[in-house]
Design a protein around this ligand. Structure first.
Ligand code: GRF
Length: 211
């Protein structure tokens, strides 16, 4: 039976290389993610992710953030979201914190991928921090955005084992491959309306993925 889609149109926000964007594009194209990637937005003009979007014929925008406040920057992005009638937002290597109008309008509809096993190592350098701490296990976390930094409800995680022959580069490379596996699966579940947020007995907002 075909599932009815609750979340149909989405946008991906990027700042850099865009390997996650690429894996999302491919998973949309193959039909694995049953939603439309309607627009890609970057806060960096040089982001290679913009080239990837162009190559895939997906409308893309660079939204300059210099000389305007964070709130104004979000307002500009929000306008594009409204124009494209976006149902949910995916952050794939987007390096800005979201906390104003965009978060308000898209509460519980913004999904991020973080390169560490949260709640360990929040912040910008998840793989480096995991590696430098000497952890034997790292990974990635897909989670909703809330008003904190990397604190929103966790949707999915992927585990990355550190092996004795690893260099930091090989560790991170495998980490990214795991991201490319986990992220599309989490986006698919969300697009199908199967990600439920609830408050557990300790008062923490958590998720369950329904069949
Ligand atoms: C990924 O490691 C992601 O977890 C983090 O930024 C990186 C983006 O990589 N938030 P890419 O641009 O998708 O290649």
């Amino acid at each position: 039976m075909k599932k009815s889609l609750i979340n149909k149109r989405f946008s991906v926000l990027v700042s850099g290389n865009g390997t996650n964007l690429q894996s999302i594009i491919e998973n949309v194209k193959s039909g694995f993610i049953p939603a439309e990637l309607s627009v890609v937005i970057s806060d960096s003009k040089e982001a290679f992710a913009l080239e990837r979007a162009k190559k895939a014929n997906i409308p893309s925008f660079f939204v300059e953030r210099k000389e305007i406040s964070r709130a104004e920057h979000e307002e500009k992005i929000l306008k594009i979201m409204r124009n494209y009638k976006i149902d949910f937002i995916v952050l794939a290597g987007y390096m800005r914190i979201i906390k104003h109008s965009l978060l308000e309008e898209y509460k519980d509809r913004i999904i991020n991928i973080h390169p560490a096993l949260l709640p360990s190592f929040p912040g910008q350098n998840g793989y480096e921090d995991t590696w430098n701490y000497g952890c034997k296990i790292g990974g990635c976390t897909v989670h909703f955005i809330d008003s904190g930094v990397d604190t929103g409800p966790i949707i999915a995680q992927g585990v990355l084992l550190r092996i004795p022959t690893d260099t930091f580069e090989s560790f991170k490379k495998r980490g990214l491959e795991i991201e490319h596996y986990v992220f599309p699966r989490a986006i698919k579940a969300f697009a199908e309306g199967r990600v439920e947020i609830y408050t557990n007995e300790t008062g923490k907002r958590v998720t369950r993925i329904n069949e």
